[in-house]
Structure formats: structure tokens, C-alpha cells
Design a protein around this ligand. Structure first.
Ligand code: GRG
Length: 308
């Protein structure tokens, strides 16, 4: 188990009931995702899309989007379509990542992976269907926001997903497979793109929807890039220290594949130290937002104390 983050928390953050906040927002997101996709002809593809989308997960990306929009004075309703789209994009990336041509995993979120249930052909198409629908969903379901801001959100999501984001990170990850001399710079490139890019888009899109200034969006971008990298460092540590039951996916995969990870470069203690430093730097970016930033600060602390 990862040691509890020992950063000094403000009394406001310490009093905040993060568990209740996460549960409440998770259940709103679950309901919105359930409503977003219904099963029509050809049923098989909609069932495959829903199978992975509704398989649980922490819903961290949608919650970050909702929390940021609320911090900036926006409503949950304004941000919910984008929050759902973020989860659709994240889920499709997991479906494709688990395919035999990529990570070849049998379990995800405690269930058989999409291709194990529906076959590789349908799993690829379920990912494609979720990706396309994510953009359609933002464009057709976001109300009471100027079209220019919705366009900015769509552009931000597109950049986070494509070769400048997740896809680019995955390519360098694939190229690094089997190599033992992967540099810290390359490892940072992989995770800034594979993991941090979508977390950054989650936070920044919440701010865009609420009409935040460019200066504030820059702060949020700094905050989320730092929490993104910290999240991945902890992910690497958990791969070593947790069980399959805790993770909901195969544990110890990185060690088995002799993959270069943060703990393989730094060791576990130093990895935890680096993650805490990134969280401290992230939280410093939120200071101008005062107490309104309490949920985002608490989520940042949670990243280093989570066990799955
Ligand atoms: C995006 C077009 C497109 C294609 C996919 C396969 C691929 C390209 C990218 C891989 C992206 C990937 C799997 C990154 C890992 C991100 C990560 C840390 C996942 C785990 O996130 P959690 O812990 O998972 O938030 P839950 O299940 O809780 O949602």
C-alpha cells in the first residue's frame, strides 16, 4: 500500500469530505453515461460500447472536469456532456490498449477485457464508436455555452487524443518495449502524452466551459500536468505493490515485461517522493482560487494516497 501523502494540508482541505464528494459525483457520472448510449440496431456494437463504458472505474477525468467547472462558477449540467465524453475517450483508449496488438490484457476494471468478450474486431469498432460519439456528444448536448467555447473544448479534446497526445505517447511506449536503456526524458514524454494529456484536457475543458480567463486556464494547465505525471508514477508503484483484486487488472505486468518505469529508474521510495513533490507544485498553482479550489486540491492529494 502506498504511504499516505504527508504534505501539509490546509484545514479547509483536511475538513473536506472527499469520499462523499467522489461518491456523489461518481454516481452522477454513472447515471449520465448510462443515459448517453442506448442499445439499438446493430445491438452488438452498442452492447460492446456500454460493456466497457459502464464497467466501473474511478471516473477521475469526468470528476476533474466537473470540479473545475464548478470551481469557476459553472454548473454540473454545463460540464456533464464533456465529462461523459472524457470518459468515453478514456474507455476507448483502454479497450484499444488491452488488444493483443498492444498490451494484450485479459482483465480491466475487474472484468474480462472487451476483446475477450466480443472478439478483436468488435472491440476495435467499439473503441472507434466511443471515440466518434464523444465528439458528437459534446457538440450536440452542451447547452447555454457560447459556440466558440464549445469549439475550444472540441479542439482541446482532439489534441489530447491524437498524435500530439495519447496516440503519440502510445507510439513511443510501443517503440520502447523490450529496451532497457529508456531515458527519463523518453519516459516523461510517454506519460505526459499517454496519461497527463487527457487529465489536463479534463481540467482545462471544465475551465473553458465556465468561461475562465486565459491566465487562469494556464494555471489549471500547470496544475493538471503535474497531477498527471504524479498519477502515472503512483500507477507504476501500484503495479508493483498491489494485487490483481485491488487493481482490477493484471498486477506486476511491468516487472514481468521488464518495462522501464519510474520505480525501475528511481526505486519505490524516491518515486513516492517525486510524486509528492509534483502534487505540492500542482497545489501551489491553485492558490489564487482560494477555498473554491478545495475539491481539486483534495483530489490531487488523493492521487498519491490511492491504492487502486
Ligand atoms: C485515443 C485514438 C486513441 C487511441 C488509443 C491505446 C492508446 C491509443 C493509448 C493508450 C492510453 C492509455 C491506456 C493510457 C494509460 C492511462 C491510464 C493511467 C489508465 C488508468 O487510468 P485509471 O486508473 O483507470 O483512471 P480507471 O479504470 O479507474 O478509469
Amino acid at each position: 500500500m502506498v504511504a499516505m501523502d504527508n504534505l501539509q494540508m490546509t484545514s479547509q482541505t483536511a475538513q473536506f469530505n472527499l469520499s462523499a464528494y467522489l461518491l456523489e459525483h461518481q454516481s452522477l457520472v454513472e447515471a449520465a453515461l448510462d443515459r448517453a448510449i442506448s442499445v439499438v440496431y446493430p445491438e452488438k456494437i452498442y452492447e460492446a460500447m456500454r460493456y466497457s463504458l459502464l464497467a466501473g472505474g474511478k471516473r477521475l477525468r469526468p470528476i476533474l472536469c466537473l470540479a473545475t467547472c464548478q470551481m469557476a462558477g459553472g454548473t454540473l449540467e454545463t460540464a456533464m456532456p464533456t465529462a461523459c465524453a472524457l470518459e468515453m475517450i478514456h474507455t476507448m483508449s483502454l479497450i484499444h490498449d488491452d488488444l493483443p496488438a498492444m498490451d494484450n490484457d485479459d482483465y480491466r476494471r475487474g472484468k474480462l477485457t472487451n476483446h475477450k468478450v466480443y472478439g478483436e474486431d468488435i472491440a476495435i469498432l467499439a473503441g472507434d464508436g466511443l471515440l466518434a460519439y464523444a465528439f458528437e456528444f459534446v457538440a450536440t448536448n452542451t447547452f447555454n455555452v457560447p459556440a466558440e467555447q464549445v469549439l475550444k473544448v472540441i479542439a482541446k479534446l482532439g489534441r489530447a487524443v491524437g498524435a500530439a497526445g495519447l496516440v503519440g505517447g502510445q507510439v513511443v511506449d510501443l517503440e520502447s518495449e523490450g529496451k532497457t536503456d529508456v531515458s527519463l526524458e523518453t519516459l516523461n514524454f510517454i506519460h505526459n502524452h499517454k496519461t497527463a494529456a487527457l487529465l489536463e484536457a479534463s481540467v482545462v475543458c471544465g475551465g473553458i466551459l465556465a468561461g475562465m480567463s486565459e491566465e487562469d486556464l494556464q494555471r489549471l494547465s500547470g496544475f493538471s500536468q503535474n497531477i498527471g505525471l504524479a498519477f502515472q508514477i503512483i500507477d507504476d508503484v501500484l503495479d508493483i505493490t498491489s494485487t490483481q483484486e485491488q487493481l482490477g487488472k493484471t498486477a506486476g505486468k511491468d516487472l514481468q515485461a521488464q518495462k522501464v518505469t519510474y520505480p525501475s529508474l528511481w526505486g519505490i521510495e524516491e518515486s513516492l517522493h517525486q510524486a509528492r513533490q509534483l502534487i505540492a507544485a500542482a497545489i501551489a498553482q491553485l492558490e489564487p482560487f482560494g477555498d473554491k479550489a478545495t475539491p481539486l486540491k483534495a483530489i490531487a492529494h488523493y492521487i498519491t494516497s490511492r491504492t487502486h
